[in-house]
Write a protein that binds this ligand. Structure first.
Ligand code: KIV
Ligand code: ZN
Length: 506
């Protein structure tokens, strides 16, 4: 089978999507998970964009072992210098230069003629190649470019030393048939294409990004650019998990495969959602909560008789925690460790110890601890792993109709000072968050809030995710877990504040 490289741009194009910005340590954590997932290329950012972007690309380059680390650069010396400085310490560095090639972009955005664009490609790709052996050239808005001119642009890029030629559907406008034809044409008309890999990069404005990417593979693409959970500019990029599983499940049709460890897909998706606070839609293919759920009786009956009646892949193939070994109050550390290993977590003894304490607390409140519960404990550790300036001791909330809702919150500060405050509000959470703000003399705003049940049943754990905004406008994601949903929400709010405090101490 033909090998298709997976170029992950979650940390660059993905991060451009509203609400998905990540801080440095979150980006490094995500990059490490992408390595476990087995992506071939990690686009770590756009080094010239800001000092923070530069630092992120540089740190990811230093932390990644096997994957190629790329930085984006416009076709200018300044951008290319910054990209190279940021990636040069990577084991496998790549500079990714781009220039728009459609008439509308050249005329209105670049104000350049076709000849100027061709010359700039030659000049800047050669310049980038003088620094780095692995150069990708992207023709922005390729799918709306005139084909003959596009092929000329790529021929120039190949002659100047580019090794990957990327033809994006930047505005998500094309159809699968058009993308297939474009890739076929490029495979046959770009001079030097035999020494390069053709690459696709599709956006999802019309909901066709995955179908378009697969059509590009059929047309000759040897690299697909995509993001975890399909996050990205506007409607997002092609979703990594959907492309990978389509190629795995329909390898017979595409005659192509990827090097992705599919059992790490679910974990990567959950981690990203946990970092950004952006939930995964229940009906999202591959990783949504309902992706493997059978509701109708007819389907359930079929699956019980033979899973293949309604299942084209197994949830275990993408690493969804199985309920095969349910733990409970009497389970010991060994059982928890075995379960964590079975779920693919590679944790230190200290981390297991911490999770075990949380596990015991949960087991006091919940009879059966499932794989999903354990996964939420592991993910929650990421957030509560930050130093706790404030810790919730207790809360009492009065809710009703006709009288104001009240909340009393008791918190311990890291110097052991105990603080207590009461507030009224339009609901139990409004009252609780107001009490915390008043106690800390802060004007923190709640930007978003979501609550999900982890697993099923009345005693399911409630996972709250909040986005809080500091007075200077910075946003922090906080999470909280409890079988009491008001407690999980208050914990999430305090967790967000602890992150704010941690950053202000840096
Ligand atoms: O969508 C696009 O065209 C891009 C390029 C910079 C690769 O993101
Ligand atoms: Zn893009």
């Amino acid at each position: 089978m033909r090998q298709v490289k997976i170029f992950d741009t979650t940390l660059r194009d993905g991060e451009q999507s509203p609400g998905c910005s990540m801080n440095l340590s979150e980006k490094i954590e995500m990059a490490r998970q992408l390595e476990k997932l087995g992506v071939d290329v990690i686009e770590a950012g756009f080094a010239i964009a800001s000092p923070m972007d530069f630092k992120s690309v540089q740190s990811i380059a230093a932390n990644v072992e096997n994957a190629t680390v790329a930085s984006l650069a416009r076709c200018t010396k300044g951008d290319i210098d910054a990209a190279w400085d940021a990636v040069k310490e990577a084991k496998h560095p790549r500079i990714h230069v781009f220039l728009a090639t459609s008439d509308i972009h050249m005329e209105y955005k670049l104000k350049m003629t076709r000849q100027q664009v061709l010359d700039r490609i030659t000049e800047m790709v050669s310049y980038a190649r003088s620094k780095c052996e692995d150069i990708e050239f992207s023709a922005e808005d390729a799918s709306r470019s005139e084909l003959e001119f596009l092929a000329q642009c790529f021929s120039n890029a190949a002659a100047a030393g580019a090794t990957t030629l990327n033809a994006p559907d930047t505005v998500g406008y094309s159809t699968p048939n058009e993308m297939y034809n474009m890739f076929k044409y490029l495979s046959e008309n770009v001079k030097g294409v035999e020494n390069c890999i053709l690459s696709s990069h599709c956006h999802d404005d019309l909901g066709m990004a995955v179908a378009n990417s697969l059509a590009c593979v059929q047309g000759g693409a040897g690299q697909v650019e995509c993001t975890v959970n399909g996050i990205g500019e506007r409607a997002g990029n092609a979703s990594l998990e959907e492309i990978v599983m389509a190629l795995k499940v329909r390898g017979d049709f595409y005659d192509a495969e990827t090097g992705i460890n599919t059992r790490q897909i679910y974990k990567s998706s959950k981690l990203l959602s946990n970092i950004t606070g952006v939930p995964i839609a229940p009906s999202k293919a591959i990783v949504g909560a309902n992706a493997f759920a059978h509701e109708s009786g007819i389907h359930q009956h079929g699956v019980l008789a033979n899973a293949q009646t309604y299942e084209i892949m197994k949830s275990s193939d993408v690493g969804i925690p199985q309920n095969s070994m349910v733990l409970g109050k009497h389970s010991g550390k060994h059982a928890l460790k075995a379960k964590l290993e079975d779920m693919g977590y590679d944790l230190t003894d200290e981390e297991i110890e911490e999770i075990f304490v949380r596990f015991k607390n949960l087991a006091d409140k919940k009879k059966n601890i499932t794989g999903r519960d354990i996964e939420s404990l592991v993910l929650d550790r990421r957030h509560t792993g930050v130093p706790s300036t404030y810790e919730l001791i207790s809360h009492v909330v009065n809710v009703g109709d006709g009288l104001p809702n009240t909340s009393v919150i008791k918190i311990r500060r890291d110097d052991d000072k105990i603080m207590q405050e009461v507030a009224i509000g339009s609901g139990p959470l409004d009252a609780s968050f107001k009490a915390i703000n008043r106690m800390l003399h802060k004007n923190i705003k709640l930007d978003s809030f979501s609550l999900n049940a982890v697993g099923e049943g009345e005693d399911a754990v409630g996972e709250a995710v909040v986005k809080v905004r500091s007075e200077d406008g910075r946003k922090y994601t906080g999470t909280g877990l409890s079988t009491d949903i008001i407690e999980s929400s208050i914990r999430a709010y305090i967790n967000g504040i602890n992150k704010m405090e941690e950053e202000s101490e840096d």
